[in-house]
Design a protein around this ligand. Structure first.
Ligand code: 3PY
Ligand code: MG
Length: 250
């Protein structure tokens, strides 16, 4: 039987699904974080240096701990989406989606025909995800689109109405740059986040964003956001190490 995508289930039930961004290309750190009980872990293939082989072993390590493996892919490209899913991701986070047409392309790449254009090839899914994976993959794979540009915010309702878009992840940093704020945040930035959340609520698509702290995750859940990333593996490593060293030297 196919492995259930428990992160997808949480989102469909209207509940929060909280995870961490991974930029350390290591089976060991992925597995260690997966044992902590996060709902999902997302490999940041867009910005981290992670080859295809590392991705595959990390997906396997994460899934072995009953955590859902996802990848933020480098571009909205059907070949990348196909190869990432074949390697064992239970979903993709697609960067910089600015129109309904781009969202439709992402969904099509995630789904086998007739709903989409994903090629039904080999891959390691049958060992990790069940022999009936190809029959049920269209229902279990998560397609999360990123809104992280002003244009995407303006088109949020159209983007989030596209059938097969399971959720939206706002990239607050790129959004800030697209607004001319160079990484800073202001009231207009805060309003843009809420505008996307409201568009999601209107059309029934869960929305979330990358949070800078556990406190922000809790605050955003209170505001009705659902798909939430709490920092990244590198941040946990360096913050923990810095605190230890401060205590020793202080
Ligand atoms: C952004 O803030 O731009 C992101 O992509 C977060 O992951
Ligand atoms: Mg971004």
């Amino acid at each position: 039987m196919i492995r259930e995508n428990t992160a997808r289930k949480l989102l469909k039930q209207g509940k929060p699904a909280v995870g961490v961004w991974l930029s350390i290309p290591s089976l060991v750190s992925a597995e260690a974080l997966a044992t902590q009980g996060w709902d999902w872990l997302t490999l940041d293939v867009e910005h981290a240096c992670m080859d295809h082989e590392s991705q595959q072993t990390m997906f396997l390590a994460i899934a072995s701990q009953d955590c859902v493996p996802l990848a933020r892919i480098p571009a909205n490209d059907p070949t990348i989406i196909k190869q990432t899913l074949d390697a064992g991701a239970m979903g993709v986070v697609v960067p910089m989606v600015c129109s309904a047409e781009e969202a439709r392309a992402a969904v099509a790449a995630c789904k086998y025909p007739p709903e989409g254009i994903r090629s039904a090839g080999g891959g390691r899914w049958r060992y990790s995800y069940g022999a009936d994976f190809v029959q049920r993959a269209n229902e279990e794979i998560l397609c999360i689109v990123m809104i992280e540009h002003q244009t995407g915010v303006e088109c949020a309702e159209e983007i989030l109405s596209v059938p097969g878009v399971d959720g939206c992840f706002i990239g607050p940093n790129d959004l800030s740059w697209s607004m001319g704020l160079k990484g800073q945040r202001n009231d207009a930035h805060a309003a843009a986040l809420l505008k996307v959340r409201d568009a999601g609520k209107k059309v029934g698509t869960p929305v979330g964003l990358h949070c800078q702290s556990p406190g922000e995750v809790v605050e955003r859940i209170g505001q009705g956001f659902q798909f939430l990333a709490c920092q990244a593996d590198m941040g946990f490593l360096t913050t923990g190490a810095a605190a230890a060293l401060k205590q020793i030297r202080g």
